[in-house]
Structures are given as C-alpha cells and as structure tokens.
Design a protein around this ligand. Structure first.
Ligand code: 4AD
Ligand code: MG
Length: 462
C-alpha cells in the first residue's frame, strides 16, 4: 500500500509497477465501457487519476455507480502519460468499496464559498482549500521546530491551566468545579474558592510566557508551542478564542536580539514552506491571493523595517483623515493603523518599538524616559499584528512597583518576582500567533479557515 504523494515523488521508478492506494473519490465519470475516478488521499495536493475498464473490473457497474466521497481501495498499474494533463494515471485491476457515500454528499466539483464550508466543518478538509491550508499548517509547525531546535533552543511545555493572567487584560476562561447554580460564598459575599478543585480561581492560559521565563532562567534559550485561550469578544477575521502560540524566551538578550531572532525565524519559515509546499502555494497564488508568491519571496530576502511607536504615531497623525479611529500619542494602535503602516508606508514587515507603558503588560522593561517600555510588535501586510514581544523587566524593584501601580496582587506573582532575586538577567521573548502565520503564508484572510473547528464568539458546534 502506498500514498499518492509517494507515487508522484517516485514516478520514474514506479512506471509499470503495481500499487495499492486508499482514498476518497473526488469525481467519478462513467462512459459505460470505461470510466475515470479522481482519487484523493490527503497525502499531497494532487488527485490521482484512476482509469477503470469494464472488461477488467468484474464489479465495474458497482464502482461506476458510487457517489462522490466514497472511500475506495484501488490496486492497479502506474502508467506514465508524459504530455498529458497529468503525468501519470493508474489502470485499475481491482477496486473495492471500503465505504460508500450517500447521494446527498454536500461537496461537489465546483467552488463552494468559505461561508458554506464553515457549516460543514467535518467535511471541509476534503476540499482543495482546506487540504492545502492544513498541509501548509503542518509544514509551518515543522519549520518552526526545526528553526529553534537547530539553534539549540529547548522545547518546553507550559501549563494550560493557570492562576495568573499574563497579559492582565482579564480575558480569561475560568476553569472551575464549583456548581455555578449554587456557588459557595464567603461571609463578605465573595466566592469561596477554597471549595474549588485548585483552591483558588484558575483559568485557561492566555500565554505561556511567565512560565517560559522560569525555564529561560535555567536553560538560556527556550520556546513553548501550544494552545492559548482568550475570552475576547472581538468578532474579527483575526481573533479566535482558542489559538496556538509559539513563545521563545531568551536569557542574556535584549529587544534587538528578539527582533533579530523573530525576523530570521519568519524568513526561515517562509523559505521552508515555499520549498516544501509548492503545489499548495501555487494553488493559493492562483485562487486566493494573486500576489502571494512574489510577496513571500520578497519578504524572505529583504530586511524588515523598524520604527519607534513615537515616530509611527507622527506618520499616522498626518494621515488621520484616512482613519475611523484618530491616532494620538498614547493610544493603542488599531488594525487599520497597523495595516496602514505595513501596507502603505513600509510595504513590508515592520517592528514598531517602545510603546507607552500604559497600553502594554506589566512585565515589560521600562525605558529610561519613564514613559515607554522596551516592547516591539511585528506588523505584516494583510494581517496587522503577527508577533507581540518585549524585553522583560529584570529589576526587582521596578517590577514590584509596576505590579503595585497596576493594582495587581503581588502575592500572585511571588515566584515570578523571585526570578529577579536569584541571578536575574536581561531577557526577552515574543509570541507568534500560529494561525496568523498560516494566514500570512497562504493569503487566507479569515482565521476561521485555517483552523478546522474554529472557536470564536458563539461558535463551538463541531
Ligand atoms: O501580543 P500578545 O497578546 O502577546 C503575548 O501574549 C505575550 N505574552 C507573548 C510573549 O511575549 N511571549 O499575543 C501574541 C500574538 C499576537 O501578536 C497575535 O499574533 C496572536 O498572538 N494573538 C491571537 N491570534 C488569534 N486570536 C487571538 N485572539 C489572538 N490574540 C493574540
Ligand atoms: Mg499584542
């Protein structure tokens, strides 16, 4: 038994050989005495053309009468057909029906809208779009691991359930064993968490960063790669409630080290995907985003821009007539501003650095001006923010003051502060949104179409 990918990869050697492939029929054409099946097994983007002959197959009628979507096992001879539309086909000696498909199979040989496909998420991996998106997703994950492993980063696993809110935005899904209809209360009316499984309020992690810092202070360079959760009600094309994040953390490193590493990582991943997924990228380039390939090749071979938040705000203020939300120093940049900077001003990826401390998280290192922090977001055309990161505050006193200022409970962060008491050092890290990276690599413009079962506001059916 082999795969369609293996047949195409090794076609010269396989000409005239007998193979067995298992897959699902994309189309079935019956011309009475002979017919064709386009078979797909998910191993690659290509379909395999199966030729069936009524004189050869004693169950010809049964096979020709199958509906699209049927699961078939085909044994036959590989015939090279140079000059034809497809370089090879398989002349079937036997075809067995592993599982027939009902006549109301909803995927037909036409382009279905992405909106329709979201209503049949269990079947959409069998379409060209999802087949390509998910193989790119797989290759992207592999490339990320290769990049960090080759540089000696240790892959660590940070917990999914946590008591701290890394980003301090309060957008957490609570995890509890308390009966919500009958919540135990303290005398002062607050929830009595001592009766809860963990004895305190716990939630799904919004970021593994704080735990990653624990690892970095022992291993130097580390990264985590796992699911993260945000109870954001933003119903946009770029936000999901469950998404994956890659979070490297580097000891004895500063903001520039983070940006250098992130830029090299993105270029590496682009080159890897262009190299390993040519059929998929050609498909996206033809049907989803016409400039994709050229743009990716350009990004992989040119420098990213870098601009301070203060300078970026000056540029944006001059163009305030173009924005719904008017920009001023101190405001959080909206997607429209981020996209304007990267698409209109720089026309390539750009790191915006040194944001006002009020709009960034408590752990970011304060700059000497007293107003900004050593943060950097990487913005890319078509997406906006792809990466968020910073140099971390390694000075105990400044960190403790910031925790107090923000009204956070220092008791919750005692272990995090401890790192600053025992061998503290400069360190920096970042978070790459994995789905946004896949969107960037494919040109797919909605996060709902790079996750099989997206978790967004009001959606958890599948
Ligand atoms: O900018 P964020 O919130 O940064 C952090 O969580 C840091 N603790 C990371 C770190 O320094 N280790 O999130 C990082 C990235 C964003 O740039 C974005 O790409 C992605 O995660 N992201 C989301 N992707 C999809 N849906 C959402 N709701 C997202 N929120 C953030
Ligand atoms: Mg961010």
């Amino acid at each position: 038994r082999t795969t369609i990918a293996a047949i195409f990869a090794d076609q010269e050697a396989l000409g005239g050989q007998t193979v067995t492939v298992c897959g699902w029929a994309r189309t079935i054409r019956d011309m009475k005495t002979f017919g064709f099946i386009e078979l797909n097994d998910g191993s690659c983007f290509k379909n395999l053309q199966i030729v069936m002959d009524a004189n050869v197959l004693d169950n010809y009628k049964e096979i020709a009468g199958q509906n699209v979507g049927a699961a078939l096992i085909v044994t036959g001879t590989v015939v090279l057909t140079p000059g034809a539309k497809q370089p090879l086909e398989v002349k079937a000696a036997t075809i067995a029906v592993e599982g027939p498909s009902a006549p109301d199979y909803p995927l037909q040989k036409k382009r279905h809208s992405v909106e329709f496909l979201r209503t049949i998420q269990h079947l959409r991996p069998r379409t060209n779009l999802f087949s390509a998106a998910f193989r790119v997703r797989s290759a992207t994950a592999h490339a990320i691991h290769c990049f960090f492993q080759d540089q000696g980063f240790v892959y660590v696993h940070t917990p999914i359930i946590t008591a701290s809110d890394c980003e301090g935005a309060g957008e957490m899904f609570q995890v509890t064993t308390l009966d919500l209809e009958n919540v135990p209360k303290n005398e002062d009316g607050t929830v009595d968490y001592s009766k809860d499984f963990f004895g305190k309020r716990a939630n799904l992690t919004v970021s593994g960063q704080l735990n990653c810092e624990n690892f970095a202070m022992a291993f130097g360079n580390v990264y985590t790669f796992g699911p993260t959760f945000r109870a954001e009600k933003s119903n946009t094309q770029r936000h999901a409630a469950e998404f994956w994040m890659i979070e490297p953390e580097m000891a004895f490193a500063d903001l520039n080290d983070y940006m250098d590493n992130a830029e090299a990582m993105i270029k590496y991943v682009i080159r890897y995907v262009l190299d390993k997924c040519p059929d998929e990228i050609n498909f996206f380039n033809s049907f989803v985003d016409k400039g994709l390939k050229e743009r990716l090749e350009h990004v992989a071979s040119s420098d990213f821009a870098r601009v301070s938040y203060t300078d970026a705000v000056k540029i944006l203020e001059e163009n305030n007539d173009k924005f719904d939300f008017k920009v001023y120093w101190g405001c959080d940049l909206q997607t429209e501003h981020e996209r304007y900077l990267t698409e209109q001003v720089y026309k390539r990826p750009v790191f915006v650095t040194d944001y006002p401390k009020e709009i960034k998280a408590f752990y970011m290192r304060q700059n000497d001006d007293g107003k900004t922090v050593a943060a950097a977001d990487c913005l890319v055309p078509g997406i906006g923010e792809l990466i968020g990161g910073s140099q971390r505050e390694e000075r105990l006193e400044l960190l403790e003051n910031r925790i107090q200022e923000l009204g956070m409970d220092p008791k919750d962060y005692w272990w995090y502060c401890d790192l600053r008491r025992y061998g503290s050092c400069r360190h920096a890290g970042y978070g790459l949104g994995f789905e946004r990276m896949v969107m960037y690599l494919t040109g797919v413009n909605n996060i709902r179409d790079v996750e099989l079962h997206p978790r967004t506001w009001g959606n958890a059916e599948f």
